[in-house]
Design a binder for this molecule. Sequence first.
Ligand code: ADP
Ligand code: MG
Length: 378
Amino acid sequence: MSLDRALTLHRNYFGVEPKVAVFAPGRINLIGEHTDYNGGFVMPCAIDRGIWVVGRIVDGESKLMSDSAGPGKSFDASNLDRKPSGWAKYPAGMAWVLTERFGTMPNIEATVVSNLPMGSGVSSSAAMELAFAKLFQALVGFESDAKQLALLGQKCENQYVGVNCGIMDQMASACGRKNHAMCLDTRSLEIEYAPVDPSLAVVLLDTKKPRALSDSAYNERRSQCEAAALAMGVPQLRDANLEQLLSKKGELDDVTFRRARHVVTEDARSMAFKQTLAAGDRNGIFALMKGSHDSLKDDYEVSCAELDAMAGAAWLAPGVYGARMTGAGFGGACVALVARDEVEAFTAHVLPAYKQATGKDGDAIVCGIDDGARILAI
Ligand code: ADP
Ligand code: MG
């Protein structure tokens, strides 16, 4: 078990017992891609893979160890403006946002163990943020709810780490619920939990091509969305529908129009998905997930040959209910919903077909849907 691995690694590396242990899950997004920074709708699930952290309060500087990334740079919780380089930015950034909100955080000694692939679209970064939020909470005892910790995690990533992400990943890692998808309104942060039929498996199809949405491509899309919202006279694209967008077509250049068309149609698909999933409507699920992929590929232009090959293989595989690229794009993973008793036949079709199309070995991970970030007993 990964908690045991974290405890053993901590004892071996630091030579002492940690005081507390926490877990924060990664997430997989069923539908609603590139809508969260437009105030729109998404439908992620927290998964049964994530990041375990064990630790204790220490005098002197904070010291870190990770099973997958090695020792982290040390930092001083009383001087966080001196930013550490590398992955220590996540714990230091959480100390920074928590200090601003709850008063000075202590220095820590902490060990990280993860079974989340990094940069594959399951948001290891949000899991790091929420894990350290819970670690500090377990050590210091401040009062905070899951939503507030999600917002602080996003602030850490935006302002300390320097990645301009939306709120979906942190909300999913903080507020997930076992066997439920979260229908999340990313503006109000209201969540409606929707049960996922246990006869369906959520499968992550990793292309093994590292996700590479460069900052410039991401920021460019964000400003195209803002320009389209401005042209339509709405605060965000979440406030527009396809009809309104079509009526402004003449005022927008073709690229901006297509970016906006992805976002408004993706919001509609995301909202329709809740009922479709609840009804177990196989054709409906297939069409909405394929519609999402095609729109991300053609209108938003964030897919790539590997993601298209993986989704294309999944659409033809036995047991498939639906499949699409997930995450920011240009690599990473697809998500598929698959009849649980046909998962083996599904992966036996998809992985060889993917290899034949791309020459690459992909990977299929069946994910359970789990609760959000939590303090563990040790
Ligand atoms: P993702 O899509 O997985 O969120 P990001 O690039 O946003 O990809 O975040 C990945 C970064 O998070 C890594 O480069 C590293 O700094 C940090 N990280 C994730 N998992 C770990 C880990 N187990 N140990 C140390 N750092 C980690
Ligand atoms: Mg991330």
